[in-house]
Design a protein around this ligand. Structure first.
Ligand code: FES
Ligand code: FES
Length: 167
Protein backbone atom coordinates (compact mmCIF):
# COMPACT_ATOMS: atom_id res chain seq x y z
CA UNK A 1 0.00 0.00 0.00
CA UNK A 2 1.10 3.56 -0.70
CA UNK A 3 0.15 6.66 1.21
CA UNK A 4 -1.23 9.51 -0.90
CA UNK A 5 -2.47 13.02 -0.21
CA UNK A 6 -4.86 14.31 -2.87
CA UNK A 7 -7.03 17.38 -3.01
CA UNK A 8 -10.31 16.59 -4.72
CA UNK A 9 -12.88 19.32 -5.37
CA UNK A 10 -11.24 21.46 -2.71
CA UNK A 11 -11.04 18.82 0.02
CA UNK A 12 -7.75 17.18 0.92
CA UNK A 13 -7.75 13.42 1.49
CA UNK A 14 -5.02 11.23 2.94
CA UNK A 15 -5.33 7.55 2.10
CA UNK A 16 -3.51 4.27 1.79
CA UNK A 17 -4.05 2.85 -1.69
CA UNK A 18 -2.82 -0.06 -3.72
CA UNK A 19 -0.31 1.16 -6.30
CA UNK A 20 -2.43 -0.33 -9.09
CA UNK A 21 -5.64 1.49 -8.07
CA UNK A 22 -7.00 3.66 -10.89
CA UNK A 23 -7.80 7.28 -10.11
CA UNK A 24 -11.39 6.84 -11.31
CA UNK A 25 -11.82 3.91 -8.94
CA UNK A 26 -10.35 5.94 -6.11
CA UNK A 27 -12.74 8.83 -6.80
CA UNK A 28 -15.80 6.63 -7.05
CA UNK A 29 -15.19 3.75 -4.68
CA UNK A 30 -13.10 5.39 -1.97
CA UNK A 31 -14.39 8.95 -2.01
CA UNK A 32 -17.93 8.20 -3.21
CA UNK A 33 -17.71 10.75 -6.03
CA UNK A 34 -19.84 8.75 -8.44
CA UNK A 35 -20.50 11.75 -10.68
CA UNK A 36 -17.35 10.69 -12.52
CA UNK A 37 -18.39 7.73 -14.66
CA UNK A 38 -16.64 4.63 -15.87
CA UNK A 39 -17.46 3.57 -19.41
CA UNK A 40 -14.74 1.65 -21.18
CA UNK A 41 -11.84 1.78 -18.70
CA UNK A 42 -9.53 1.76 -21.71
CA UNK A 43 -9.24 5.49 -22.43
CA UNK A 44 -11.66 5.49 -25.35
CA UNK A 45 -14.95 6.99 -24.16
CA UNK A 46 -14.00 9.97 -21.99
CA UNK A 47 -16.78 9.47 -19.45
CA UNK A 48 -14.17 9.47 -16.66
CA UNK A 49 -12.63 12.84 -17.62
CA UNK A 50 -11.46 15.01 -14.72
CA UNK A 51 -9.06 17.91 -14.28
CA UNK A 52 -5.66 17.11 -12.78
CA UNK A 53 -3.64 20.21 -11.89
CA UNK A 54 -5.32 22.21 -14.64
CA UNK A 55 -5.10 19.55 -17.31
CA UNK A 56 -7.93 17.38 -18.56
CA UNK A 57 -7.17 13.66 -18.09
CA UNK A 58 -9.04 10.41 -18.46
CA UNK A 59 -9.00 9.15 -14.91
CA UNK A 60 -9.12 5.50 -16.01
CA UNK A 61 -5.66 6.04 -17.48
CA UNK A 62 -4.20 7.58 -14.33
CA UNK A 63 -3.24 5.75 -11.16
CA UNK A 64 -4.36 7.16 -7.84
CA UNK A 65 -0.72 7.29 -6.76
CA UNK A 66 0.00 9.60 -9.71
CA UNK A 67 -2.41 12.11 -8.18
CA UNK A 68 -0.37 12.26 -4.98
CA UNK A 69 0.17 15.88 -3.83
CA UNK A 70 -1.90 17.10 -6.75
CA UNK A 71 -5.31 18.66 -7.24
CA UNK A 72 -8.25 16.93 -8.91
CA UNK A 73 -11.46 18.66 -9.98
CA UNK A 74 -14.48 16.62 -10.97
CA UNK A 75 -17.76 17.76 -12.52
CA UNK A 76 -19.29 17.59 -9.04
CA UNK A 77 -16.73 20.11 -7.85
CA UNK A 78 -17.84 22.66 -10.43
CA UNK A 79 -21.06 23.32 -8.54
CA UNK A 80 -20.57 26.34 -6.25
CA UNK A 81 -23.05 27.19 -3.49
CA UNK A 82 -25.69 25.12 -5.24
CA UNK A 83 -25.16 26.97 -8.54
CA UNK A 84 -24.30 25.01 -11.65
CA UNK A 85 -21.17 25.99 -13.54
CA UNK A 86 -22.09 27.95 -16.72
CA UNK A 87 -21.22 24.92 -18.84
CA UNK A 88 -23.40 22.64 -16.74
CA UNK A 89 -26.21 25.20 -16.96
CA UNK A 90 -25.76 25.42 -20.71
CA UNK A 91 -25.95 21.63 -21.06
CA UNK A 92 -29.18 21.76 -19.08
CA UNK A 93 -30.60 24.66 -21.07
CA UNK A 94 -29.76 23.09 -24.44
CA UNK A 95 -30.99 19.60 -23.56
CA UNK A 96 -27.47 18.37 -24.19
CA UNK A 97 -27.98 15.10 -22.37
CA UNK A 98 -30.20 12.11 -22.75
CA UNK A 99 -29.16 9.30 -20.39
CA UNK A 100 -26.49 11.63 -18.97
CA UNK A 101 -23.79 8.99 -18.74
CA UNK A 102 -21.30 10.95 -20.82
CA UNK A 103 -22.24 14.35 -19.41
CA UNK A 104 -19.76 14.86 -16.57
CA UNK A 105 -16.91 13.83 -18.85
CA UNK A 106 -18.21 16.04 -21.66
CA UNK A 107 -18.46 19.02 -19.33
CA UNK A 108 -14.92 18.52 -18.04
CA UNK A 109 -13.52 18.12 -21.55
CA UNK A 110 -15.45 21.19 -22.74
CA UNK A 111 -14.16 23.20 -19.80
CA UNK A 112 -10.62 22.26 -20.73
CA UNK A 113 -11.29 23.19 -24.36
CA UNK A 114 -12.74 26.60 -23.49
CA UNK A 115 -9.88 27.39 -21.19
CA UNK A 116 -7.46 26.87 -24.05
CA UNK A 117 -9.73 28.38 -26.69
CA UNK A 118 -12.46 30.64 -25.22
CA UNK A 119 -14.00 31.41 -28.61
CA UNK A 120 -14.01 28.16 -30.61
CA UNK A 121 -15.67 27.49 -33.93
CA UNK A 122 -18.16 24.66 -34.28
CA UNK A 123 -15.46 22.50 -35.83
CA UNK A 124 -13.05 23.30 -33.02
CA UNK A 125 -15.64 22.21 -30.47
CA UNK A 126 -16.20 18.99 -32.38
CA UNK A 127 -12.46 18.37 -32.56
CA UNK A 128 -11.98 19.28 -28.91
CA UNK A 129 -14.58 16.76 -27.81
CA UNK A 130 -13.57 13.92 -30.11
CA UNK A 131 -12.11 11.98 -27.20
CA UNK A 132 -15.53 11.87 -25.56
CA UNK A 133 -18.23 9.55 -26.82
CA UNK A 134 -21.97 9.97 -26.32
CA UNK A 135 -23.70 6.62 -26.56
CA UNK A 136 -27.00 8.41 -27.10
CA UNK A 137 -25.37 10.33 -29.99
CA UNK A 138 -26.70 13.69 -28.87
CA UNK A 139 -23.73 15.55 -30.28
CA UNK A 140 -25.67 18.36 -31.94
CA UNK A 141 -27.00 19.74 -28.67
CA UNK A 142 -23.72 19.13 -26.86
CA UNK A 143 -21.87 21.27 -29.40
CA UNK A 144 -24.61 23.92 -29.21
CA UNK A 145 -24.32 23.99 -25.42
CA UNK A 146 -20.56 24.45 -25.51
CA UNK A 147 -20.77 27.20 -28.13
CA UNK A 148 -23.45 29.00 -26.12
CA UNK A 149 -21.39 28.79 -22.93
CA UNK A 150 -18.40 30.14 -24.83
CA UNK A 151 -20.27 33.08 -26.24
CA UNK A 152 -22.08 33.83 -23.00
CA UNK A 153 -25.50 33.21 -24.47
CA UNK A 154 -28.06 31.16 -22.65
CA UNK A 155 -30.79 29.12 -24.28
CA UNK A 156 -33.28 31.96 -24.04
CA UNK A 157 -30.85 34.37 -25.68
CA UNK A 158 -30.32 36.15 -22.40
CA UNK A 159 -26.79 36.86 -21.32
CA UNK A 160 -24.46 35.31 -18.79
CA UNK A 161 -20.86 36.36 -18.19
CA UNK A 162 -18.40 35.10 -20.77
CA UNK A 163 -16.91 31.75 -19.92
CA UNK A 164 -13.35 33.02 -19.88
CA UNK A 165 -14.23 35.49 -17.11
CA UNK A 166 -15.59 32.76 -14.86
CA UNK A 167 -13.76 30.24 -12.62
S1 FES B 1 -13.80 5.06 -18.73
FE1 FES B 1 -12.06 6.27 -19.02
S2 FES B 1 -12.06 6.73 -21.14
FE2 FES B 1 -13.75 5.38 -20.89
S1 FES C 1 -26.36 11.34 -23.07
FE1 FES C 1 -26.31 9.18 -23.00
S2 FES C 1 -24.24 8.74 -23.38
FE2 FES C 1 -24.36 10.82 -23.79
Amino acid sequence: MTRITVTVDGTTHEDEVEPRLLLVRYLRDRLGLTGTKIGCETGDCGSCTVDLDGMSVKSCLVLAVQADRREVTTAQGLVRDGELHPLQQSFHDHHALQCGYCTSGMVMAARDLLRRNPDPSTQEVRNGLKGNLCRCTGYQNIVAAVLAAASGRDADAGTVPRFDRLP
